[in-house]
Design a binder for this molecule. Structure first.
Ligand code: ATP
Length: 362
């Protein structure tokens, strides 16, 4: 079966500002209806990529297609794309209804149609009861929903959201993330979402595009990127991890074994392509270590001294100093099968070959 035409397709995209290259080697196909997140540290080019898709900037070289059509010559207002900015750019002298209706009025739609569409959109963002409030009488979360409604009322095929929750405090942000998922499901639009917050990216996205210094370094479903980062940068950027400098000691049908200088060995089933002697960095997430042997015969183990315990609600984080002095962080769920050791005591820690990721040195 032929794959459907992507709604957005960028091939060999490059964007320079004078002699500064902001984006390079951008190859990206965005599927209709997905929530795709552009994730990466400040300055990596996320906003620039959004502005290219919106049409506020043009590519220096390469192609950008929307629904199969090269849009190099298509101005922003003629693209089926709408952008919600970090500072919502709402009109303070208009009420909620008028803010949402604004774009439709400019387009010259009939009053009855405007009223119907705005009402439907206010219903979706659950602001019907505040239709006549002015913007400065709203909370941050409510302003954000007005901004969303104002963009969505134009029924764009693609909605670009540039750090839309950055100005909100944590509680409202978590609530708005759930809202965003619901609104996405109700409208069926493609959402392209910019954030530098990995939790937001993981909660919201169908796929994550991880960027570093103007390049895409990995595109994956969030759970795959978390479990199988392809670089040290990806392993460190998405979630917490323990890293060990090692060299490959053996590679065979069982997997690859890499050892630290002090002799701790890690067997990995994911270390394909490495040769004996290769220097690799082993990455193991805190929740992939355990104080309990899982009895499946695949466990590996080492010993150390428990230095510190931090309780965070349902989880605890243990710091264990291994006998070679390396420190390991271990996440333990409360009410787990095995009682974790006391601070100061010696402990055996276990891990499974499936959770050992071997990465090239940076
Ligand atoms: P942040 O998370 O801080 O918003 P970002 O990943 O969105 O960062 P961009 O705003 O896309 O990053 O910027 C990428 C790089 O391009 C930065 O180094 C920035 O200084 C540069 N840049 C962006 N716009 C311009 C411009 N108009 N002229 C010159 N340089 C620019």
């Amino acid at each position: 079966m032929k794959a459907p035409t992507p709604i957005i397709e960028i091939r060999d995209g490059k964007k320079s500002f004078g002699s500064f290259v902001a984006l390079e080697n951008i190859n990206l196909s965005i599927h209709e209806g997905e929530i795709l997140t552009l994730l990466g540290p400040s300055g990596c080019g996320k906003t620039t990529l959004m502005r290219l898709i919106a049409g506020f900037e043009g590519l220096t070289s390469g192609t950008l297609r929307v629904s199969g059509e090269d849009v190099a010559a298509v101005p922003p207002e003629r693209r089926p794309v709408n952008m919600v900015f970090q500072r919502y750019a709402l009109f303070p002298h208009l009420d909620v209804f008028e803010n949402v209706a604004f774009g439709l009025k400019v387009k010259g739609l009939a009053k009855s149609e405007i009223t119907e569409r705005v009402k439907r959109m206010l219903h979706i963002v659950q602001l019907e009861s505040l239709a006549n409030r002015y913007i400065d009488e709203l909370s941050g979360g409510q302003c954000q929903r007005v901004a969303l409604a104002r963009a969505l009322v134009n029924e764009p095929k693609v909605l670009l959201l540039d750090e839309p929750l950055a100005a909100l405090d944590l509680k409202i942000r978590q609530h708005m993330l759930a809202e965003m998922k619901r609104i996405h499901a109700e409208t069926g639009a493609t959402f392209i979402y910019v954030t530098h917050d990995q939790d937001e990216a993981m909660i919201l996205s169908d796929r994550v595009v991880l960027m570093e210094k103007g390049r895409i370094v990995q595109i994956d479903r969030p759970e795959d990127m978390y479990a199988r980062p392809k670089s040290l940068f990806a392993a460190k950027f998405l979630g917490e991890t323990n890293l060990f400098e090692t060299a490959v000691a053996d590679s065979g049908a069982q997997g690859t074994v890499a050892k630290t200088a002090s002799g701790i060995g890690f067997l990995s089933r994911n270390g394909v392509g490495h040769k004996t002697g290769d220097k690799v960095v082993v990455s193991i997430r805190p929740e992939s270590f355990s104080f309990a042997n899982n009895d499946e015969g695949s466990s590996q183990k080492t010993q150390g001294q428990v230095e510190d315990v931090v309780f965070i609600g349902s989880r605890s984080f243990y710091t264990v100093r291994l006998d070679d002095q390396a420190k390991v962080r271990i996440q333990v769920q409360r009410n787990g099968r095995v009682k974790p050791p006391e601070p100061g005591s010696r402990a055996t820690i276990y891990w499974d070959a499936d959770n050992v990721v071997m990465l090239p040195q940076a």
